[in-house]
Design a protein around this ligand. Sequence first.
Ligand SMILES: Nc1nc2c(ncn2[C@@H]2O[C@H](COP(=O)(O)OP(=O)(O)OP(=O)(O)O)[C@@H](O)[C@H]2O)c(=O)[nH]1
Ligand SMILES: [Mg+2]
Length: 370
Amino acid sequence: MGLEEEIQELEDEIADTPYNKSTEAHIGRLKSKLAEKKEKLEQQQSGSGGGGGYGVEKHGDATVALVGFPSVGKSTLLNALTNAESETGSYEFTTLDVYPGMLKHKGANIQILDVPGLIEGAAGGRGGGKEVLSVVRTADLIVFMVSVFEIDQYDRLREELYKNKIRLDTEPPRVNIRKKAKDGLTVNSSVDLDLDEETVKSVLREHGYVNADVTIGEQVDLDRLIDGVMDNREYVPSIVAVNKADLIEPDYLPTVESELEERDIDPEEAIFISAEEEKGLDGLTERIWDELGLIRIYMDKPGRGVDYEEPLILREGDTVDDACRKLGGSFDERFRFARVTGPSAKHDEQQVGRDHELADEDVLRIVARK
Ligand SMILES: Nc1nc2c(ncn2[C@@H]2O[C@H](COP(=O)(O)OP(=O)(O)OP(=O)(O)O)[C@@H](O)[C@H]2O)c(=O)[nH]1
Ligand SMILES: [Mg+2]
């Protein structure tokens, strides 16, 4: 029996087995087997396919993947937002490659990737699907683009990404495994786990662990436990852009809103745009900026004053140390202290060390040894 058939059999058995306390450990084993076999199949395929990279390098301060069905308006949006010239057309699959464009906003360079053909055969690795997905996996943010008339496209898109080990809008599970030399498996948990200890152990055994301490820090279900054990899922935040909003009459809007609500998307959170008429794009850009959590640091350079034109772009939570690293050069070794004025400082020109956490629109001066 080939891997594909084995996978099919496992999927059928999982679908046919009712989930309850007495079958939990069994289903756990099946799901784990399934995850391992899928992994193996994927490795075989990428090994023989010789796919390699996709040829789109990450550039700029952050990368955003534009994901949507054919003809939803991805290329039109990319062209409107960035310097790119991506082909657009009224027929499906105009874009067969990944097209990058650079969005300049608040001094940051945000790379936007127009990701085509995600839906057709992506999961099975036909066409460019697999390569396209590898681009999506490394993005800092996914923008789901759906047509105002086909909000249900959203379900397919999410499903496709899930199948390809992309977990949306969630943090990695708090599952920590420490291998040891002997004494079997022990399970520690800071919460009162719904899963039986025996289930957790079966899952671990199925993934090849014989001796290990497992610490679980949240209420996990089987799928999330397996995600934690497999440790090769990507966790990416996402937002929803509803395109072609120019085509609807105002009295159709409530229908769209309830379609969004059915999918747990707050209509206030979805961004209605018309890529064609360039409407709503400022709002979209602003949301992208917020979701990426970028911050601007204005560098105060000796003798040259504060540079408000080209800020150093960092992430929320970054410190003076991260600033030094991004600046490069020899700042790192020569660092003495820094002075900060702005939102993160207690007072102007506050003297701080490397571990000081910076905030958006801080002015930073690094005092270095000669
Ligand atoms: N009315 C209207 N038409 C739009 C809008 N955005 C895109 N279109 C049209 O929709 C068609 C498809 O747009 P594209 O930008 O090529 O779509 P795409 O998502 O890149 O499609 P593929 O590359 O095939 O995946 C074109 O004819 C666009 O002019 C919009 O906001 N409103
Ligand atoms: Mg296109």
